[in-house]
Design a protein around this ligand. Structure first.
Ligand code: SF4
Length: 340
């Protein structure tokens, strides 16, 4: 029996949401080389290993947020260098989307620093932007805070492809990071998104002072949702001056790599997104992440308010590693497959 069979991982494993914490802990603690190797095999069984999706994220309304997320420079209560801006107009959003498409992006995400969506002219503007960016043939994603079922329906009707709402960390560590809304609030929004027939983009942030059991706890929550998120962003904390986590010690790269590899193993059909914190990674480190199953990155020089590698340096990395950008709307593996 080879190593991967001993661990219960078969490369063609069906998607299942019956993972236990113990199983995920055992994967997380595997010898690193075995973990990466298994994740790479599963990755290639489910996806084209040479394809990486390029997504672009635009902050359409920056700063002034009433929430207290400890990592976020956009929270109004923290003194940071982020300058608040009102909601940008639709023409500006569409022109950014066109520019991103031109540079190879197939997915365009709009982020607004809101606690929740309100039914007002600002939401109307977002809906209009979704329609217009969708008409460009891009996958359109939004991250706007908490959302009701009716609002999710409206976005779906406008052509929204996915809605991002992260769980951030494990249920146990969550209240060390955020006090203004609960884990259950987040799960409720995810339900509304799912019920509206939108794709779910949901992941978390590593390096916020949590322990490896919390990274396991996050992955366990994601992998045991009724249906796995189609997209799982794994962010590394970018410690920003003025936020409560400004002095947080950097998480060793290897822990982030383990998180990516385990995400790939337990949610084999999902897109795993190497997200915030990528500027701190060398090309060699990013290559290890792609080997371990990451198949999406954010491109463009800003990720909401934190720095991100520029299009040109990413194009050079793609050429070096033999990667190609994934086209928009390429069907994903069967995430609606009934879990075993
Ligand atoms: S992460 Fe989002 S909800 Fe939290 S403070 Fe920042 S903008 Fe507000």
């Amino acid at each position: 029996m080879n190593e991967s069979m001993k661990s219960g991982i078969r490369h063609s494993n069906p998607i299942r949401n019956t993972w236990t914490r113990d199983e995920i802990t055992a994967l997380y603690n595997k010898p690193l080389m075995d973990l990466i190797f298994e994740a790479a095999l599963v990755h290639r069984a489910w996806h084209d290993g040479s394809e990486v999706q390029m997504s672009t994220l635009l902050s359409v309304k920056t700063g002034g947020c009433p929430e207290d997320c400890s990592y976020c420079p956009q929270a109004a209560r923290y003194q940071t260098d982020v300058k608040g801006t009102p909601l940008v107009n639709v023409a500006e959003i569409v022109s950014s989307a066109m520019e991103a498409k031109e540079a190879g992006s197939s997915r365009f995400c709009m982020g607004a620093a809101w606690r929740e969506v309100k039914d007002n002219v600002h939401f109307d503007r977002i809906v209009d932007a979704v329609k217009q960016v969708n008409a460009l043939g891009m996958e359109v994603c939004c991250t706007l805070g908490m959302l009701s079922k009716d609002q999710a329906d409206r976005l779906k009707e406008a052509g929204l492809h996915s809605y991002n709402h992260n769980l951030d960390t494990s249920p146990e560590y969550y209240d060390k990071v955020i006090g203004t809304r609960t884990y259950q609030d987040r799960l409720n929004t995810l339900d509304h998104v799912r019920e509206a027939g939108l794709n779910v983009c949901c992941g978390g942030i590593v390096g916020m002072g949590e322990e490896s059991k919390d990274r396991v706890g996050l992955l366990h929550t994601l992998a045991t949702l009724p249906q796995h998120p189609e997209s799982v962003p794994i962010n590394t904390l970018v410690a920003v001056k003025g936020t409560p986590l400004q002095n947080q010690e950097k998480l060793p790269f290897w822990e982030m790599l383990r998180t990516i590899a385990v995400a790939r193993l337990v949610m084999p059909g999902s897109m795993v997104r190497l997200s915030a914190g990528r500027t701190d990674l060398s090309v060699a480190e990013q290559a290890l992440c792609f080997m371990a199953g990451a198949n999406s990155i954010f491109t463009g020089d800003k990720l909401l308010t934190t720095p991100n590698p520029e299009f040109q340096s990413d194009a050079a990395m793609f050429a070096l590693l033999g990667l190609t950008p994934r086209p928009a709307h390429k069907p994903q593996p069967h995430l609606d497959q009934v879990p075993a």
